[in-house]
Design a protein around this ligand. Structure first.
Ligand SMILES: Nc1ncnc2c1ncn2[C@@H]1O[C@H](COP(=O)(O)OP(=O)(O)OP(=O)(O)O)[C@@H](O)[C@H]1O
Length: 319
């Protein structure tokens, strides 16, 4: 794997006696849209503040672009654009003037303003006062401000928070565009899987300061399916159940000729198929039972016991 753009090892942070992060290991691949998910209060904003050098870790390390953040803070952070929750905007100024203030502070070329307005699709609204902007437009202006210096990496804290469904859709399209057309690696946090599952390529789930899952989106989908087991269509349900139960499997008859069996991994699927066929049962259908990703997310973050084991990658630990 290429050097990740963000790499943390055993990252820990406490506010007083309250330990909020308990050893986070994050790897954000270059070119990804990486979703950092967790319920309210799980430590997402604290992690983002640490990644931006706004807080200093009590223990562990943070590498940005392959370099230790605290030893190379300035050069590392020059390649990062960030938006933490609500952007700080001058509401009595237009969107364009807000960008102009920042452009002068950073000493950038004037042409950057029209460019970023176009990227976030605010060119038409550039001269309107920000106090007349919708929440979605304010968020997009916040991203435009983060993009002014043309950073390689964008770190966004809950960019869809409070947006209505059309605002969420616009944000989703903007993030994909920034990633695919403009080459930005994006790290974004959210407490709602449903808001970002269609956008991200990778994700991790943080729960009580620890990582509950890290991997590609399809890995979570795979975990979601193996979490509930396989459904097998057989010619003789009663005999199939008897054979499976005698061999230690827990079975449920779903409907018609389908039996559901919890499984650990794909090897177990092959083994139970072999077992049934070997005992003369005709297996005419076999598929993973679908669990919705949102249910799995809740199971991972609400301590609902589901027993899943995966192979080496992705990382999944159920608490
Ligand atoms: N400045 C602070 N002083 C003391 N405790 C804090 C401070 N900031 C956050 N916390 C506590 O640390 C924990 C994690 O907070 P954090 O804001 O990082 O979580 P979060 O996942 O971003 O939550 P949310 O989705 O609600 O923004 C919470 O229990 C919170 O109350």
């Amino acid at each position: 794997m290429k050097e990740p753009l963000i790499h943390t090892q055993d990252l820990r942070y406490s506010y007083g006696n309250q330990e909020v992060l308990k050893g986070l290991n994050l790897e954000i691949p270059k070119g990804s849209i990486y979703g950092f998910l967790g319920p309210n209060g799980s430590g997402k904003t604290t992690t983002i503040r640490l990644l931006l050098g706004l807080l200093q870790p009590k223990k562990g390390s943070i590498h940005l672009f392959g370099q230790d953040l605290w030893q190379h803070r300035l050069p590392a952070l020059q390649k990062v654009g960030a938006l933490i929750e609500m952007p700080s905007l001058y509401r009595h100024l237009s969107g364009k003037d807000n960008l102009e203030v920042m452009r002068r502070q950073l000493g950038l070329e004037k042409s950057r303003i029209d460019h970023v307005l176009q990227v976030v699709r605010l060119s038409q609204e550039a001269n309107r006062l920000v106090k007349h902007y919708s929440l979605g437009m304010c968020q997009r202006l916040g991203i435009a401000l983060a993009l002014l210096s043309d950073p390689e990496l964008l770190i966004l804290d809950e960019p869809t928070n409070g947006l209505d469904p059309s605002g969420i859709r616009e944000m989703r399209e903007l993030l994909k565009d920034l990633n695919q057309e403009h080459g930005k690696t994006i790290f974004l946090s959210s407490h709602l899987l449903s808001e970002i599952e269609k956008t991200v390529t990778h994700l991790s789930i943080i729960h009580q300061g620890k990582m509950a899952f890290e991997g590609a989106v399809q890995d979570l989908a795979h975990v979601a399916s193996t979490a509930t087991g396989v459904e097998v269509e057989v010619d003789n349900v009663f005999l199939a159940q008897e054979i499976l139960q005698q061999n230690g499997y827990v079975t449920t008859v779903k409907e018609g000729h389908w039996v559901t069996i919890p499984v650990k991994d794909k090897h177990e699927v092959a083994a139970l198929n072999h077992l049934l066929v070997g005992q003369g049962i005709a297996v005419s259908g076999l598929s993973y039972a679908q669990q919705n990703l949102e249910d799995l997310f809740l199971a991972l973050t609400e301590k609902t016991p589901i027993s899943v084991e995966t192979t080496a990658s992705p990382t999944l630990s159920l608490v």
